[in-house]
Every structure is written in C-alpha cells, then in structure tokens.
Design a protein. Structure first.
Length: 463
C-alpha cells in the first residue's frame, strides 16, 4: 500500500504516462473534494481529472445500486443474451436523446464509442450499396481518443507521431475560432475543398464535437457553420457524427449538447457522464434512418466487446440518470453555468494574458494570449499551461490545462469542469483559487517578457 503523498515513478510498477512527473497519491473522495495520502484536501474542478465524475465522489446511492446488481447478476455477454439493465438503460437514453434517435449500443468508454461510430457509419453505407464511402472529414483541432482509429480523427501531428504508419489518412478542416474564422465561412470553404479532394461519393461521415472539450475547451462553431454542414450532408449523402463523450448526459446543461445546434446528427457517442466515474460505460446512439438501413439490409451489426451492455455497468448508468432527474441537475447546470462563466470572467478581469472565457454549462474554457498584443500565442517555452495547473494545485485546486499545439490552431488554455453537485460556496472557492493562480502566473510571465531577448518575439507566435 502506498503511504507517501507522491509516487516515485522510477520505483513504481505502473507504466505511468510521464516518467518525469511526480504523481500525487489520492486515497479518498467526498463530494467535490479529494484527499491525498498525507491528508491534504483538494477541490476537484475537473470532475475526477477527466470530466467523468460528474456527480462527485462517494455517492452511496450509486454504490448501492451497483452492489444490488452485482449480487443479482454482474455479467453476461450480449452476443446471444441480454439483460433488464441494458434494455432499460437504452430506453431511458432514447427518451432524453434528440428526436429521432431510437437505438443504443453500449461499450466501455469514449474511445470505443467513437471507434464503433466509425464502424456504424461505414456499415451504413455498405448496407445501402455504397461501399466506396470510407473517408472521414473532421476538425483538425480535436481529440477523440487514443486508439489508432480515433487518433486518425484529429489533425494534431503531435498526438499522431510516432503512430503515423498505423493511421488511416483522413481530411481535416480548421476550427472557426475568433482567431481564424469567426463567421464559419472559412471552415465551410475548407469542407468543400476536402469534399472535392476526397470525392464526395467516397466520404462516410463528418466527425466532430458539438462543443469541444480538451482540444478547444468550451468552444463551438458559429451557427452558420452548422447550417452549412447540414446543407452539405443533404447534398452529398455523408453522415454527421457528434462526439459527446464529454458533453453528453448533462455536462453543458442539456442532456446532449448537440440539441443546441441547428441540425440533428445521425450518430451520437457518449461515455464519461453516463457512468459518472462509478463504472466504465459508453454508448453509441443511432438515428432511426441509420437503423433502418440495417433493418432492411443484413439485419445485423455484430461487432462488439466483452463488457458491452454488461448488467453491472448498465445498472450504474441507470442510477446516474435517476440522480440527474430527481435532483434536477441538468437544469441546474444549464442555469448555474451561465453565472459561473460570468463569475470566472469577472474574476480574471484586467489580466492581459486572458483573452477569452467561453463555454456552456459546467464545461468552460479560458484561453491565454501574449499580454503585449492580446492576440498572439504565448511562447511555448514559457510553459504557461503547466504553470497554471501547478499554481492551482499548490492552492488545493485540481485543474487541467493544455499546451500549445504544433498545428498552430490552439495556444495555452485551461479547462474548468466541476461536478454538477458542486455547492455555491465550493464554486466560489474554485473561482477564487483559480483566479489567484492565473494572476500569479500572469505576473511572472509579464516579468519574463520584459527581460531582454523577448521584445521582438511576438511575431514568432502569430499564425
């Protein structure tokens, strides 16, 4: 048993993600607080670190639901058997999904959900007699998972190396941010170019997040882009898949974030909020028009995994949905998220390094820029994102910040994604600690940029 507050990576038997990082040892959680092995408590502004623990830690009601199911039936494979928990959870997800979604396949996580969505889209076209359709188009600045198939969905070379030989070549378009394309028209022009390059008859799906999470925290394209995307789907016959691994099941103040866009997708994936950190579960939802291609074709979609639709994980999903409904948490996130964004923005007022606070519900992002011109990316050598996380951690606050990307579409950013159950006092404390952390780092950066050698470097970080 580990008793030290930090793990010595060199002495650990775990193959950790980073060998030069000190990993704090967290031993218990209570609500929106976690505690390390030395007894120090931290406010969890990232819902477990990956936005999964949407209901906080230590929910005895969800634990009890899992125990009841485990005592009755914990596992059966869904190839030739089904179970009441799976059937009921599928029905409840369909009830809260956008209109027209009628079928659900369960998996064990977000990456599996996204990979299965690719398989579903490809199989749909094959069922309809269009086997040439395989190409995927997606936004370049995105993250859909670490499997080979999902890595190929992003255009970020820093993530894809050294796996290039294994990855299919998909096409990507730039994001419609204030920096590159505030109207969405440039992205639509890029989409037209990608369709022409691939041949529209070869395109299977456009794969995207309705509201971005890790890659561009809290960002969503302007309305004109969604309208143009829907027009091109109707004209060219590809599908639209929404990756709602993070945003599904309440994170943005809607059951599904895509409900806030002026189009209905064909396939939706979700995961994190469905298990709320208490079980590994994800789901792929398909529209009735997609299902009908199989119903009038081969009448099968056989690919799956060992734990897909297992009664134990589905029972947890049912308990999570019950909590969200009975405690009115989706509505609370929608209402409180607006004020939380305003409070976060106000707390960072006057910090020249802060360009934008954006987002919906309890999925917010803070974008940082070069303070001397208010637009350029910060020099990567300053490591601003990592320094903000470190400063927050010293104040007993867990955040997640992202570094500048090699494709030039994103600079330093911070995610702010607390559990839905965070109290008013805890939200206020999170905002205060985060603001203090950003102001500390901003002051340090101002001093560094004033040093000789930095004066002429602004232009180097403008794309």
């Amino acid at each position: 048993m580990v008793s030290e507050p930090y793990v010595d990576v060199a002495a650990s038997s775990v193959l950790h993600l980073e060998f030069d990082r000190r990993y704090p040892v967290v031993v218990r959680g209570d609500g929106v607080w976690v505690e390390d092995s030395a007894g120090r408590r931290y406010l969890d502004a990232m819902s477990g670190g990956s936005m999964a623990a949407t209901l906080g830690h230590g929910r005895t009601d969800i634990v009890a639901a899992a125990r009841r199911q485990a005592e009755q039936l914990s596992y059966v494979h869904n190839e030739r058997l089904t179970n009441p928990a799976q059937e009921r959870l599928a029905g409840e997800l369909v009830d809260v999904a956008p209109e027209g979604f009628t079928r659900v396949r369960f998996v064990t996580g977000g990456s599996e959900a996204n990979e299965m969505a690719l398989q579903l889209a490809r199989s749909y076209h094959v069922e309809r007699g269009e086997p040439a359709r395989w190409q995927v188009i997606s936004p370049a600045q995105a993250y859909h998972g670490p499997t080979m198939a999902t890595l190929a969905l992003t255009g970020r070379p820093g993530l894809q190396r050294p796996f290039d030989p294994y990855l299919p070549h998909h096409l990507h378009i730039p994001p419609s941010t204030w920096r590159f394309d505030p109207t969405g028209e440039a992205a639509l022009a890029a989409l037209d170019h990608a369709l022409e390059e691939a041949g529209p008859e070869n395109v299977s799906t456009f794969f995207c997040e309705p509201i971005s999470a890790a890659a561009l925290p809290g960002y969503t394209p302007p309305r004109r882009f969604w309208e143009g995307l829907a027009e091109r789907r109707d004209r060219h016959g590809f599908l639209i898949c929404f990756d709602e691994v993070v945003t599904g099941v309440g994170r943005t103040g809607r059951w599904f974030a895509g409900s806030g866009t002026p189009l209905t997708p064909d396939i939706i994936t979700t995961a994190k909020g469905l298990g709320a950190g208490y079980a590994a579960i994800g789901a792929v939802l398909c529209h009735e028009r997609v299902y009908q291609a199989f119903a009038h074709g081969s009448r099968r979609f056989p690919l799956g995994h060992t734990w897909d639709g297992a009664p134990l994980s589905c029972a947890v999903g049912l308990a999570v949905l019950d909590v969200l409904r009975t405690e009115g948490l989706v509505e609370r996130v929608r209402e409180r998220g607006v004020r939380l964004r305003d409070e976060l923005e106000a707390s960072l007022g006057g910090v020249a390094m802060v360009r934008e606070v954006r987002g919906h519900g309890f999925l917010l992002g803070v974008a940082f820029v070069e303070p001397r011109d208010g637009e350029s990316f910060l020099p990567p050598e300053l490591g601003v994102a990592g320094r903000i996380d470190a400063a927050a951690f010293e104040r007993g606050l867990i955040t997640l910040s992202t570094q500048p990307t090699r494709d030039g579409y994103a600079g330093d950013q911070t995610l702010f994604a607390p559990p839905f159950t965070t109290s008013e006092d805890e939200l206020a404390e999170m905002v205060a600690r985060f603001s203090d952390s950003v102001r500390q780092v901003a002051g340090e950066v101002d001093g560094q940029l004033a040093e000789p050698g930095w004066t002429a470097r602004v232009s180097e970080h403008v794309r």
